[in-house]
Design a protein around this ligand. Structure first.
Ligand SMILES: Cc1cc2nc3c(=O)[nH]c(=O)nc-3n(C[C@H](O)[C@H](O)[C@H](O)COP(=O)(O)OP(=O)(O)OC[C@H]3O[C@@H](n4cnc5c(N)ncnc54)[C@H](O)[C@@H]3O)c2cc1C
Length: 411
């Protein structure tokens, strides 16, 4: 049997952010993952301004992530084929970066280790129980781990939720998305970030995100309910069809070739309608269904909820009820309004006309193009205009992340 103050299950962005903050606050933290790092995570690899700011404040050095690719231009293509280039601000820090998850997550695990977290890789949690004063985790191959609190950062399927009996029966996520890495893509795909609102995917979209050395992360996501692609099974047939569409083919270029097979994974997006806590356990990231329901971005939300869990444990101390209620309040204040704003916007994107109008309005002037790009990449909260409590001076014009670093590979 081993003991810790806090046991964090899952070493993705959510778990590492929580573990790093707790260790820096003087807690004895064990971070467990069933995988050994580097491990792949099916993802678009896109980092928003919100994610970058948290990574910077955690102390992540971009030089430790070989595929770190800054992005300056976002190209959005409407269902009618109209292409609008949205420039992100230049020379004032980073607002968007693409980084392979295998490398980003391994760098975060290393950062956790250097912060004093006891990292245990290749160890799956296979059972759990909550007692009045502790959580007992059953760890495959190494017996019981007793901790005052547990943090469930174990992703979309959260085995910890199931072990504690707080999973939603039959829940399979709001979105489902495909991803495939490509090599030798053309000059546009290797430098610009593309989003295609294809009429048959709405409100979903296809993407191509640039990676260093002529690579790209290419994929598409669909909504499970209410979207145009009725069945996830149909996605497999759609994939070669999408890649063959002339406007997508033209961006990827004639020499583009797959680096590895395509893979699919669900995206959970119902943070305002899921249990965020059990008696001594806080769920974070995908285990809290915290992704943005409009874009499917979840790395920033994973980092943020991880950080909020650490904050709640710091504030509540030995009082488990105070810890769980603090965490629920912090998540509500930080994410619910933005979640609801995205839910509203997605209704417009469901229809061809709505998606076309959105791209037209966003691209109407240099000002709208600049600000839309910053808004889309979570430079400020989605619902900032509707939540005056979050207003502060310079909220729409602050600098990006990593102002002093990261310029070794200009986009
Ligand atoms: C195709 C696709 C594209 C996406 N694109 C983007 C994007 O471009 N930008 C963006 O911001 N978000 C994107 N997302 C969402 C993003 O990938 C997730 O929101 C994010 O990875 C959540 O991080 P996490 O730390 O909560 O969970 P994860 O990254 O899933 O980490 C969970 C960890 O838990 C571990 N684990 C699971 N079970 C156990 C167990 N029993 N014991 C121990 N460990 C366990 C796993 O091994 C894993 O390491 C995308 C998602 C998909 C599916």
């Amino acid at each position: 049997m081993s003991v810790a103050d806090v046991a964090v299950v899952g070493a993705g962005p959510a778990g590492t952010a929580a573990a790093i903050e707790l260790a820096r606050a003087g807690r004895d933290v064990v971070l467990l993952d069933k995988a050994t790092f580097p491990r792949d995570k099916i993802c678009g690899d896109g980092l928003t301004a919100g994610a970058l700011r948290i990574l910077e404040s955690l102390g992540l050095d971009p030089a430790t992530v070989a595929s770190w690719q800054p992005v300056d231009d976002v190209v959005v293509v409407s269902p009618s084929g109209r292409e609008v280039v949205f420039p992100l601000p230049r020379g004032d820090g980073r607002y968007a970066v693409v980084a392979r998850r295998a490398e980003l997550d391994a760098a975060l695990v290393d950062l956790a280790r250097s912060a004093g977290v006891r990292v245990r890789e290749g160890q799956a949690v296979v059972g759990a129980a909550e007692r009045p004063d502790r959580v007992v985790l059953d760890v495959e191959g190494s017996g019981e781990l007793h901790a005052r609190y547990a943090i469930g950062a174990d992703g979309m399927w959260s085995p910890l939720r199931k072990h504690l009996g707080v999973a939603t029966e039959g829940y399979r996520g709001e979105w489902h998305a495909f991803r495939q890495y490509f090599l030798d893509v053309g000059p546009r795909a290797s430098s610009q970030l593309f989003v295609w609102f294809e009429p048959d995917l709405l409100p979903g979209y296809a993407w191509s995100f640039p990676l260093p050395g002529g690579g790209a992360n290419v994929g598409f996501g669909i909504q499970r309910e209410g979207g145009k692609v009725a069945r996830v099974q149909d996605m497999k047939a759609l994939w070669p069809d999408l890649l063959a569409r002339p406007h997508i083919r033209a961006v990827l270029g004639p020499d583009a070739r797959p680096e590895s097979p395509h893979r699919a994974w669900p995206i959970p997006a119902r943070v305002d309608d899921i249990r965020l806590t059990s008696r001594r356990t806080l769920f974070v990231g995908d285990a809290a269904a915290a992704t943005d329901p409009m874009t499917g971005e979840g790395i920033g939300q994973a980092l943020l909820t991880g950080r909020l869990a650490a904050q709640a444990i710091g504030a509540g101390g030995l009082d488990a009820a105070a810890v769980t209620s603090t965490y629920e309040r912090l998540v509500r204040d930080a994410l619910f309004a933005d979640h609801q704003m995205s839910m509203l916007l997605i209704r417009a994107l469901t229809h061809r006309k709505g998606a076309r109008a959105a791209v037209r309005v966003a691209g109407a002037s240099a000002w709208t193009r600049r600000n839309f790009a910053r808004w889309l990449f979570e430079d400020y909260p989605r619902a900032i205009l509707a939540t005056p409590r979050r207003w502060h001076r310079g909220m729409l014009s602050g600098p990006g992340a990593y102002q002093d670093g990261d310029l070794r590979r200009p986009a």
